[in-house]
Design a protein around this ligand. Structure first.
Ligand code: 8YV
Length: 326
């Protein structure tokens, strides 16, 4: 008998077919969002689950999944999973690092350029029929070329963002938990500075750190006040790293000039004030969403699940301290 697994999100048929070779698969063709009870009921007899940030695999859900041996997240971030509880219960947890760096970095640049050049505001203006003539001072934006880019979180995605800044002739500053290797600094042409220095000097501050208790509201009222009044904040990392209420206040008061956001606290229920602001470019958590990248993410998660439940050694294990014998 094949091990039973649950796939909580609608995924690509080809990946589902691969999974069916190894497992008895229950999938979610309608991409429904299950509450904790519905999720737990479906996990009761499953050995593995392939999931994404929409589904919370927390201690209460895990307590009701006695046969679970592996959780494969279709994402590089895994703040939707109680990893410590998985580790305690001997459950392997995996993510999908590497395959989405470039797509996410490209989209970060879409937000940087879109916010700097007021692209969504310009399009709304045009679509509403307000455009009557060319004007010298129409929709004036900020220069990206030659500006200073501050990167918070210099992992794979932060580095991919930095490498793209070379083409814009930018000065790149970064702040990270620890300084990265000199070869990486020189490849990215990036200088390690303190968080305060980065906030004070950057024209664009872009976030690329995971969401953890340590990064909760890493950018709040005090940090926004340390930024230039002309600065633009970009978040394609995780909601919760930014205090959205403080950001709304800062954008309204002109404490900073604009923001480009792909992620929010309490997704998909945005702070309604954000929707009213002109000086934000907003996207629905799609930074990794290219056809190739999302396919590769699903494929990588499936490979991790197969390895976790067959060899016990998935390539992208995030909790190496897990006790393997169950
Ligand atoms: C995913 C992401 O699309 O990888 C991540 O951490 O935020 C995105 O690339 C999203 O998490 C869906 O699970």
């Amino acid at each position: 008998m094949k091990p039973k697994i649950l796939v909580t999100r609608e995924i690509f048929d080809e990946v589902l077919d691969d999974l069916r070779q190894h497992f008895d698969v229950t999938d979610n063709q309608h991409d429904a969002v299950w509450d904790a009870d519905e999720l737990s009921a479906r996990l009761q007899d499953k050995e593995g689950v392939m999931t994404s940030i929409v589904d919370r695999i927390d201690a209460a859900v895990l307590a009701r999944a006695p046969r679970l041996k592996a959780v494969a997240n279709i994402a590089v971030g895994y703040n939707n999973i109680d990893v410590a509880e998985c580790t305690r219960r001997g459950i392997l947890v995996t993510n999908t690092p590497g395959v989405l760096d470039d797509a996410t970095a490209d989209f970060t640049w879409a937000l940087i350029l879109g916010a700097a050049r007021r692209l969504t505001e310009a399009e709304a203006y045009l679509r509403s029929g307000q455009w009557k003539r060319w004007e010298l001072k129409q929709l004036l934006g900020a220069d990206v070329q030659g500006a200073t880019l501050g990167i918070i979180g210099m992992g794979r995605i932060g580095q991919a963002v930095a490498r793209r800044a070379v083409g814009f002739n930018m000065k790149v500053l970064y702040w990270n938990r620890h300084r990265v290797a000199p070869e990486i600094e020189s490849r990215c042409n990036a200088t390690f500075v303190s968080k305060d220095e980065l906030l004070a000097q950057s024209d664009f501050v872009t976030l690329h750190c995971p969401y953890t208790p340590q990064t909760h509201h890493l950018i709040g009222e005090a940090e926004l006040k340390k930024m230039k009044r002309t600065a633009i904040l970009i978040n394609a990392a995780r909601g919760g790293v930014v205090d959205d209420a403080a950001l709304v206040k800062a954008l309204k008061a002109g404490t900073i000039s604009a923001a480009g956001l792909d992620v929010y606290e309490n997704e998909p229920n945005l702070n309604p004030e954000l929707l009213k602001l002109k000086n934000v470019v907003l996207a629905p958590h799609i930074a990794s969403s290219t056809r190739t990248t999302r396919f590769n993410m699903a494929k990588r998660a499936a490979e991790n699940l197969v390895a976790a439940l067959t060899t016990g050694n998935p390539p992208d294990l995030v909790n190496p301290d897990v006790k393997r014998e169950r």
